[in-house]
Design a protein around this ligand. Sequence first.
Ligand code: HEC
Ligand code: HEC
Ligand code: HEC
Ligand code: HEC
Length: 149
Amino acid sequence: MPPQVFRLILLTVAIVGSYVIARQLLTPPSFRQYGFYRGEALAEHASHTPVFAGRKACLECHEDIQKKLFKDAHKTIGCETCHGPSSAHCADPDSAAKKPDKKNTTACLRCHEANPSRPVTQKQINVKNHYSSQKCAECHMPHQPNEVP
Ligand code: HEC
Ligand code: HEC
Ligand code: HEC
Ligand code: HEC
């Protein structure tokens, strides 16, 4: 066998061999326990405390607001889309520190700031030209956006 070929074979064996060894060392033990992922990841995710409570959880104490919301253009939006994760508030509604966020301008702009990639049916504003210095809730009722305050 010519020496070049022998060296090539040696090189191939070294590359493939180091790949196989590295794979053995780096693959976590619970990989493929259930599927193409780490089996331990399931328990890790389940151990997180949920931060979102879901719209149904707010009903118990804020049914009036839900009724308003359902009548108007924002009816498909979840409470926590604007107010942020609120499960801590549900568990302890009297705690001032756990009150959901009422600062809203950024939440509004996430959906309403003019952006050419949005469908034209989505009402959009150009913030700089739209009474920029004030909070949206001074002129719009967030739970009933079609009404005029
Ligand atoms: C167990 C009853 C209860 C549940 C459930 C509850 N809340 Fe409240 N919420 C309250 C009380 C009480 C207040 C305080 C009212 C006040 O200060 O006038 C409050 C106040 C608020 C405020 C106003 C905060 C502020 O700064 O004034 C927001 C916003 C709010 N809740 C959103 C939510 C959302 C969103 C949910 C569902 C994820 C929810 N709440 C679930 C009882 C509840
Ligand atoms: C489109 C965004 C948006 C959605 C959706 C929304 N809120 Fe609000 N909410 C606001 C804003 C903004 C304020 C603050 C209004 C203000 O400062 O006058 C507010 C105020 C409140 C308050 C304080 C009392 C009041 O009437 O001002 C409560 C309680 C509340 N929201 C609960 C809810 C609940 C419960 C839901 C779901 C059923 C919900 N919100 C859905 C934006 C929203
Ligand atoms: C999750 C996305 C989302 C958020 C956040 C949101 N909106 Fe909306 N908004 C909508 C949708 C969807 C409609 C109904 C479709 C439409 O007419 O554009 C709507 C409709 C409106 C309208 C009625 C427009 C009209 O004349 O028909 C106003 C005003 C409005 N929103 C203001 C606000 C304000 C103020 C906030 C913040 C408190 C806010 N929106 C937060 C999605 C959103
Ligand atoms: C000083 C009062 C005022 C403030 C503050 C204000 N708006 Fe408006 N907004 C209006 C009026 C009036 C209209 C309807 C006429 C117009 O388009 O100017 C309107 C219309 C809209 C529309 C519908 C646009 C359309 O194409 O029909 C949206 C969406 C909207 N506003 C969102 C917001 C958001 C989000 C904020 C906060 C960043 C905000 N507005 C702050 C007064 C205000």
